[in-house]
Write a protein that binds this ligand. Structure first.
Ligand code: FES
Length: 320
């Protein structure tokens, strides 16, 4: 497994599958413990880990257990037999007693402090929301959860949620249609909105939230479509720490060029969704193409994902 995380400072952990359960149609959950016993690294609601999935590389899965349980992590996986191969690999191999190579938790979807939250989840997107709800509830905040999926049978953890929080709003599409996003957001105009799910849901929540002037956080595990106005152009990067200048050809990514030049860079997903390659930018205009920075973070121009983002200016100065 070594070397799946290219770069120099990603810590790989070996974890053992100690429990595997079916949580919904095509969704199974794994409880993971440190392979050598003892506590696992701490994490906060919204965090995910990278999991090595054989020839298919690595995939990101949200931690969906209780952060207070330091001897175990829980993840849940949507088994997509015709997907890119990651979930099929885990479905086949992640059996109780087997070991997996994973990264330390990383959180690109941090739960901020707020008096009121609106949580919106679609399908397997419920996973990062589960520990958020528990944290919000513990903090005494007002919150609502609106959870949609194709059918009730496709809703992982639905019964556990209902048992613990009877007021959660489950919206199986075959019975109740799609989540009524405009109504949901309008019902709590002062709430901080956290949403995870398939792209159409995320796009709808972002568009409606923007229209209603709300604070939103979304998380994607597949890249969002990028609006391209023309063919990619070449540009230069200057590495402020080493003083080197490198040319990024139109058909190459910054990560490719850095690796070819022997500059260490941490990567995982290489498609702009995980945050591993986030790097401070000191000067230049960034062409953001990732799927995780907020509009405010993009506008600040201070950071970028080197695996997918490019430059609008001739030169970018990176803090490398
Ligand atoms: S490697 Fe995942 S965002 Fe760049």
């Amino acid at each position: 497994m070594a070397g799946l995380w290219k770069g120099t400072s990603v810590t790989e952990l070996s974890v053992r599958v100690i429990e595997r359960t079916d949580e919904a149609d095509a969704v199974f959950a794994l409880v993971l413990a440190a392979a050598d016993g003892g506590d696992l690294p701490s994490w906060t609601p919204g965090a995910h880990i990278d999991v090595a999935v054989g020839e298919s590389g690595v995939r990101q899965y949200s931690l969906c257990g209780d952060p207070a349980e330091r001897d175990r992590w829980r993840i849940a996986i949507l088994h997509e037999p015709t997907g890119r191969g990651g979930s099929a690999y885990l479905h086949r191999t992640a059996l109780p007693g087997s070991t997996l190579s994973v990264s330390l938790p990383r959180n690109n979807f941090e739960l901020g402090s707020a008096p009121e939250y609106t949580f919106v989840a679609g399908g397997i997107g419920i996973t990062p929301i589960l520990p958020m709800i528990a944290a919000a509830d513990r903090a005494g905040a007002r919150w609502t959860l609106h959870y949609g999926a194709r059918t009730k049978a496709h809703m992982a953890f639905a019964d556990a949620l209902l048992g613990r929080y009877p007021a959660v709003n489950l919206v199986p599409q075959d019975v109740s249609g799609l989540l009524p996003i405009a109504d949901i957001l309008a019902a709590s105009p002062g709430a901080a909105v956290y949403c995870c799910g398939p792209e159409p849901l995320l796009a709808a929540v972002e568009a409606e939230g923007q229209r209603q002037g709300m604070t939103m956080r979304t998380e994607r595990f597949v890249p969002r479509a990028v609006d391209r106005t023309g063919p990619d152009a070449a540009f230069e990067i200057q590495l402020a720490q080493s003083g080197r200048t490198l040319r990024i050809a139109a058909d190459r990514s910054i990560v490719d060029v850095l690796e070819s030049a022997g500059v260490p860079v941490i990567t995982s997903c290489r498609e702009g969704t995980c945050g591993s390659c986030e790097t401070p930018v000191l000067d230049g205009e960034i062409d953001h193409r990732d799927s995780l920075l907020t509009p405010e973070e993009r506008d600040s121009g201070k950071t970028m994902m080197l695996c997918v983002s490019r430059a609008h200016s001739e030169v970018l100065v990176l803090d490398l």
